[in-house]
Design a binder for this molecule. Sequence first.
Ligand SMILES: C[S@@+](CC[C@H](N)C(=O)[O-])C[C@H]1O[C@@H](n2cnc3c(N)ncnc32)[C@H](O)[C@@H]1O
Length: 237
Amino acid sequence: MTAPTNIDPKDIQAHLAQFKGDKYRDGWASLWDKGDNLPWDKGFPNLHWRTPWSSALVPGCGRGVDVLLLASFGFDAYGLEYSATAIEACKKEQAENHSWYRVRDQSIGQGNVTFIQGDFFDDAWLQKIGVALNGFDIIYDYTFFCALDPSMRPKWALRHTQLLSPSPAEAYMEHLSHPGEDIPYNDQGLIKQDPLRAPSKAGLERVAYWQPERTHETGQGENGKIEDRVSIWRRRN
Ligand SMILES: C[S@@+](CC[C@H](N)C(=O)[O-])C[C@H]1O[C@@H](n2cnc3c(N)ncnc32)[C@H](O)[C@@H]1O
């Protein structure tokens, strides 16, 4: 397993600030190309997982640890990365640490693992892996949303409605209730949202929300208090 690193995330923000608009992807790719000092990359999956469906997408999967874990639960798991270097890291993780991702339930067995290079927002990678639009039962987003330039968040939510099958789904944040819409933010970067506002017609619906019993240190506050939350969302049609 790769050891956690200590780089100040502020250095990452300064680096990414040099890549404006759509160029932000190249900012992330260049971080991967620099080497192993990647503060988001814990080297092992967050352990708040429990329930299997059948096919799972991990966009911006990084080193692929969550993809391998999902496959060990029996999902056919797809890891999508824009960075070709990250895809290499995924394959290395799979080759070197496969014994850590043992099958969790023999009656379900091991799911297939597919790592694919591509941009979450276009369809070329879907064609390469032979999966149709609305072909994923769940999308597991772990620090991908926050990797995007905030201007892309409406498109991020809209993309979920294009990728999720009409079955249980996982994702987070207010954007999913109003996909494709501009959501107002205040100058501290917090959403200005009326919590009583009805979801839009195409909006996803949250069906579960919980505080995990354990999580990475970055998801904990003072005295180990867990600040991470997990939500499950589904289409409403
Ligand atoms: C903060 S990292 C999180 C990686 C991984 N989920 C983890 O927790 O270790 C965000 C990742 O998203 C990838 N990424 C950014 N924009 C992308 C895009 N449009 N399509 C696919 N991957 C993207 C970056 O290369 C980076 O590895």
